[in-house]
Design a protein. Structure first.
Length: 544
């Protein structure tokens, strides 16, 4: 998803910090158990004279149990900022329904109590200036642009939805905009037509169910290039025409990761893959089949391969298999981060792979000194704070250690089965754990608990003593407070004559002493030489 934040945009976006949390977990659960959104059709009218949009949402849904009211998320008008959406009418089959906008939700009264398993189609007409979600601004060349930027729950600023990752639906965008714009969106391009008064109509359809965080349009002046296809999945680059030469050069890498992850994980879920230069506030945003990258990613230096791999990996984990709630975001960001390392391991070698892991380990250690918290941190209510080192680098390290624990073939077989089981659906951490247990035959409760639900990491003090060149004693002490860890610890033993030996010991206690028979004088030992463990070394000393 969001490979990095853009500081300049964060500073200028106060709204990002002032998220509306009116739809509590309890309220969403009630909706989740009552209705299932099947399909959204969003008709959006854009213009160049004002930031006001006109919208018509046609929403098809199924009733899971009888209800008298439907509740959707939609930011209501704000008199002080002159932003927000004003609903003018709600209808079902041409008949008007009573509705109320309250607490940034649209509450719709049904004409009669619904019937379980009955479907309904609701039409909502509205207008307003989006305070967020649809970013209307100018790009770095001064051209006016419109870009959806919905993560985590910002679709509600411009689209009436059940704005929660657990609720997936198919969708279409029908965009009316001045004819000098091009429109890119999720799914396949169904129609473009030039209309009177210099208006162009563009219709995109997505037949694969998505979470609202991934439903976007990008409306701008674009230069577009076809980058070929992989197994009939077309890949394209959409860049600003003023930097088209550099843009096409930088974005030409877009097909490579699609092929790699398709072969490594499983069949790609979507109809196309478009890489789009945009005004997203993030370094990259993995909108399904339509990835938005920061406009600053175009510079002609071909330096974005890891970013492209990260956002493409999200098409499998985060998009197709989506975390069922935001607190399990590691199932998205940790997976994309680690799979980027796996991608680099394949294309750039083991040394590059290990150096990236070491760099991430240092980031995890530094972050823990600022904030000691578990990867799955349910205390966070400002979801932007979930975009942390824990969700990215530490979660990536968890997957690396799981790979070490299970072995390569079982680990990737587990990822493939997890993807197959939950493709185009949602999952929680327990779902992933259960899949890995079924594939590996291992009991993984304690492993998942200590690395995902428990804060911190092993902080080790290691002493070693060479006794008469016949015995090596190693003492390992965990010095981190409060939480103890259980893990295998590998040592590289270097002898004075140039020989090298490797030993692995299981650490289960706060302090452990082991001894090995040796035949030569030990020159030095190295902790975790193969880069297999998330650890911090406070001290390594020879007590001879």
């Amino acid at each position: 998803m969001k490979e990095k934040l853009l500081p300049k945009q964060i500073i200028s976006s106060i709204i990002l910090v002032l998220f509306i949390f009116s739809a509590t977990a309890q309220n969403h659960q009630a909706r989740f158990e009552s209705i299932d959104i099947l399909h959204y059709s969003f008709e959006i009218h854009l213009n160049d004279s004002t930031n006001r949009i006109e919208g018509k949402a046609t929403i098809s849904l199924n009733f899971i149990k009888p209800v008298k009211q439907i509740t959707l998320d939609l930011i209501e008008p704000n008199d002080s900022t002159q932003t927000g959406m004003t609903v003018s009418s709600v209808t079902e089959n041409g008949s008007s329904l009573t509705f109320k906008q309250q607490n940034n939700q649209l509450k719709i009264q049904l004409s009669e109590k619904s019937i379980t398993d009955k479907s309904a189609t609701i039409q909502i007409e509205y207008t307003g200036i989006p305070a967020d979600g649809l970013i209307i601004s100018k790009n770095k060349f001064g051209d006016r642009t419109f870009f959806g930027d919905n993560w985590p729950n910002r679709a509600r600023y411009w689209l009436p939805t059940v704005d929660h990752p657990s609720d997936k639906a198919t969708l279409e965008f029908l965009v009316y905009a001045p004819e000098h714009y091009q429109v890119v969106s999720n799914g396949v391009l169904f129609e473009t037509t030039n209309l009177p008064n210099e208006i162009k109509f563009t219709h995109w359809k997505e037949s694969v169910p998505l979470s609202t965080k991934l439903m976007v349009i990008g409306v701008a002046r674009f230069a577009v290039r076809n980058n070929g296809s992989y197994k009939n999945i077309p890949v394209s680059s959409w860049v600003y025409p003023q930097n088209r030469e550099n843009g096409f050069k930088d974005y030409a890498i877009g097909r490579k990761a699609l092929q790699y992850f398709s072969e490594k994980i499983g069949f790609y879920s979507y109809e196309k893959l478009a890489h789009v230069q945009s005004k997203t506030r993030y370094g990259g945003m993995e909108n399904a089949s339509c990835i938005f990258y920061s406009e600053r990613t175009v510079n002609g230096k071909n330096g974005q391969e890891s970013l492209f791999a990260h956002e493409t990996a999200h098409q499998w984990f985060g998009n197709s298999v989506t975390e069922q709630n935001w607190h399990h975001i590691w199932l998205s960001e940790g997976f994309a981060t680690y799979l980027t390392h796996v991608y680099n391991q394949h294309f750039h070698g083991e040394k590059y792979f290990r150096n990236r892991l070491k760099r991430d380990r240092e980031r995890v250690i530094a972050y823990s000194k600022r904030r000691l918290a578990p990867i799955i941190d349910t205390t966070i209510t400002n979801y932007n704070r979930l975009l942390s080192t824990n969700s990215y680098q530490k979660a990536s390290w968890f997957l690396h250690m799981l790979r070490i624990k299970t072995g390569d073939s079982i680990f990737f077989a587990g990822l493939q089965k997890y993807y197959h089981n939950y493709q185009n659906s949602t999952a929680l951490t327990t779902d992933f754990k259960n899949v890995m247990e079924s594939v590996s035959g291992l009991e993984l409760d304690s492993f998942f608990h200590q690395w995902l639900w428990q804060p911190g990491h092993p902080n080790l003090k290691v002493e070693w003593e060479n006794i008469s060149n016949k015995k090596l004693i190693i003492i390992v002490e965990q010095t981190q407070p409060d939480y103890m860890f259980s893990f295998p610890l590998e040592f590289e033993i270097r002898y004075i004559n140039g020989d090298v030996d490797y030993k692995t010991i299981q650490i289960n206690d706060s302090k452990k002493e082991v001894s090995f028979s040796i035949k030569n004088e030990v020159k030095n030992i190295i902790i975790d030489p193969s880069v297999r463990l998330l650890l911090e070394k406070t001290n390594l000393s020879n007590v001879n």
